[in-house]
Design a protein around this ligand. Sequence first.
Ligand SMILES: *Cc1c(COP(=O)(O)O)cnc(C)c1O
Length: 421
Amino acid sequence: MSLKQRDKKHLWHPLTQHKTHPDTIAITKAKGCILTDEDGNEYIDAIASWYTCMYGHCNPYITNRVSHQMQKLDQVVFSGFTHEPAVKLSEALIDILPKNQNKLFFSDNGSTSVEIGIKMALQYHFNAGEKRNTLIAFDNGFHGDTFGAMSVSGLSVYNGPFEDFFLDVKRIPTPNGDNHDAILKVLKDLVSHNKVAGFIYEPLVQGAAAMKMHNAEGLNLILKFCKANNIITVADEVMTGFGKTGRYFASDNIETKPDIICLSKALTAGLLPMAITSCSQDIYKAFYSDEISKGLFHGHTYSANPLACSAALAGIELLKSEEIQNNIRRIVNSHQTFGEHIKTHPKVDSIRQTGIIFALDLNIKIDRYGNLRDKLFQFFMKNGVCLRPLGNTIYILAPYTISDEELQKVYQVIEDALEII
Ligand SMILES: *Cc1c(COP(=O)(O)O)cnc(C)c1O
């Protein structure tokens, strides 16, 4: 029996209605940008396995480092203990993060990094003797699937059963260049009627909302307003972090820096699950006290796992390398050329790009989990390219190591797909 058939017996997949979508594709190996399935078919991983393996799959620079670390120290409790991979990673990461970031708190995935960011923001005020209970977030944001993260996510596709249990969250539109005064007015109103603890946002690009992009100056105005009102700003860079916007972090493109940053996905170069919530010295100071209860009493068993830390450290070294920085510039230019070419196609409504993230909207309506979306997905896979359309948006977020030939194939398959819909 094939893996695909055996899978059906005991496995329950994420974000899946198994009755309508019973089939999976069994991947047996991955190298560079290529995924290979159990029948030997090859696919270009044009979404970098959900924005994780940005330096290519099974990159020996990373796997060798992890394999070396594995022989030396596998795992140790991080409460009261420390180790070299965590210390080295902290030095390397603080060196590339926005200058106001100074402390790192570890967890296991993007959602938990957001939970921790929210807890830091709430307890920051609590420790100062002020109870603030409202959070602000963007319309259509996505921050993860645990309760706090679900609460701040505006993109509640199927969150119905849980909505009664959510945190108190108020939503604002994303800045588009024309609505900045209106947003500031909404914010003033929110602050006068609520005790606002924090503002959480995906800087510049909202991934799950189908790579929606917003205005950096408008975001800067919102962040300045927050700072002036002692509202803790939490940048969810789980998707945008580590080079995707062309800079190390999306926040590097915005003048006002966040108090807290959430990181995961590409953090470990696609090798192991890990997340980090970083914060400024000011945030940390609010927890530093003779009173034990003012500390952040949050912890995960595998916090700062040495193997994940060594993968992350190797990933940062690659990110900073001239080779990867050149690749990023090459992909940015290549996408621009493709964008110019495809934007006049009669079936294309609009295109957009931030760094190596490219998206195009089709001018037909497609449901997020509908049949037409599945038809497109199957067309891409049949033609050897792994792209997962989000509604009527087709986006590319490929590993930095993708070759020019592979990129051309991705573009060609997208262009061919426009003929079948
Ligand atoms: C993927 C994602 C998350 C959630 O991360 P998980 O590791 O899936 O829990 C949170 N925020 C953003 C912006 C993401 O893209």
